[in-house]
Write a protein that binds this ligand. Sequence first.
Ligand SMILES: [Zn+2]
Ligand SMILES: [Zn+2]
Ligand SMILES: [Zn+2]
Length: 494
Amino acid sequence: MPNYFPLPYPDELIYSTIARYIRHHNLVDVYRTKPTSFRLDLFGNDCKPAVDIPVGISYLVNNTTLKNYDSEEEIVFKHTLFPYYTAFAGVKHRDDLLDGLLGNRNWVTRWNRISIFTPVCTSNSLKFCPSCIKDDTTLRGEPYWHRIHQVPGVHICPTHETYLQIQCQSCGESFPKDSEEYLALYDVCSNGHSLLNTASQEKESASLDKDLRYAKDALNILDNPTCYELEYVQALFRAKLQYSGLASINGKVHVAKVCQALVEFYGIDFMRRMRSLPDDNSATNWVNILFGKQTNPRHTHPLRQILLIGFLFPSFDAFLASKPEFLPFAHSPWPCLNSLAGHFNQDIITDCKMSRSKSLPPIIGTFTCECGFKYSRRGPDTSEADRLRYDIVVDHGNILREKIRELYFEKHLTIHQITKRLGHSYPLIRKALSSLIIKTKSDDDMRRAYREKVIALIEQSPTITRNEIHNKDRRILLWLYMHDREWLDQICPQ
Ligand SMILES: [Zn+2]
Ligand SMILES: [Zn+2]
Ligand SMILES: [Zn+2]
C-alpha cells in the first residue's frame, strides 16, 4: 500500500519533503533506534538522512504516492544537488553516476572515481532565507528547505538578493546537515524565536555582486540541467582566455596570470571564503589542474568552474552562447583589399598570421594575398564590416610596383602625377620607385655588364623590342633606364 507522500515544492530538496512528510504524519524520527521506523517504508532500509543527494530515491518513488507525479529521474534532477555536482562531469560519467545512484550500486565508489564531490566551501549547516520562509508560508502554508540555498558557495538568495542565514539570530541554534534526524524548516527555532529576524543580516557587502552572480549561475545550472563535457568547457574557457591575452595565440594558458586576474576580479576575501584561492604550489593549484595536461582535470569542483564562468563571461547566457574557438577574425578565406587587383574585395586570402599587441585592441592579424598585397588589422573583429578594413598595408605587392614602373618609366609621369593617379602618398611612390632601381657599388661595372647583356639579346634577335627585353630581365632594363638612358634610347628605341 503506497504511502501518502507530499509533493515536493519548486526548488525543494527531497530531503526537505521527507522532513515535511514526517511532520505531516506526526512521526517520531529517530535514526537506528526504531528498526521498523518510517524509513523502512520509504527507503527499504534504515538509512541516514542525506541533504545533497540521498540514496534510495527509486524505492521512495516506487513505494509512495510520488510515483503518480514524478519519475525517479525527475526527483533526482529537480530535487537534489545532482545536476550541480555533475554539470561538468560529461554525459558518460553523469549517466554512470545516475545509474549508480538509482540502482544503489557502487554509488560512493563512482563518486570518488570522478572526484567532483570533494568538499569545497560546504556548509555544515542547512541555510535558509528569511524572506523565502515568509513567502513560502504565505503562498503554501509552510516553509521548506530550498535546494539553491544548499549549493556549496551560495551565500545569497538569488530571489530576494539577501544573505542566507545558518542559525537563529536570537539563540544561535543551527540546523546541522549531518544530523541523524530529518530537520524540517519552520518559521521559528526550537526555542520559539522567529527565523524571520533579519536584524543582523549582512546588508552591504563588497562581494554582494559576486555572491549574487554565483548564486544565479548555480540556479541556472540547477534549473536547466545540462551536462557539459569537460573538454568542451575547457575549450570555451581557453578561447576566452586567448581573447583576453591570458592565453597565448596558440592556446597555452598563462596560469600565473589567470590566478592573479581571478583574485583581482573577485578579491582575496571572497576567494578565501569560497575556499578557492589558487595555491602557489602548481601541483595543487586548481587553475593549473584545470588547464594542465599532467593531471586529471575532473578534480575541478563545479564551484570553481562557475567562478571561472563568472570571471570570463559577462553573463551565464554569454557563456552558453560562446564558441570553443579562437577566431578573432572569423573564418578563412578573407578578402584581398588591393584595389588594383582584379580580385579586389574577393575572399581569397587563406594566410593570416596572428600576433599579440601590448596595447588595445590586443590581437593583430596580418593577411597576405597571393598577389603580394599584405595588410594588418587589430582585432578581434566586432562586425562583418571589419572584414573589409585594414589598419596598415604592410606590402602593396607587385601589382602596384608594376603600375608605378609603367607610369614612371614608360608613360614618363612625374612622382606627383603618379601620386594623383594612384591615390597613394608621395613618400610611398618614391619608396616604391627606389626599390625598383637596383643599387650598386660600381655604376661603371653595372653599366658594362648590363650593356653587354642587352647587346647579346639584340644580337640573338635583332628585332627585339624594349618590352621584350623587359620581359626577359626586368632589372637590366630598369637599371639602364635610370642610369644609362641615352645609350638605351640609341640602341633600342622605344
Ligand atoms: Zn529568499
Ligand atoms: Zn532561537
Ligand atoms: Zn590579392
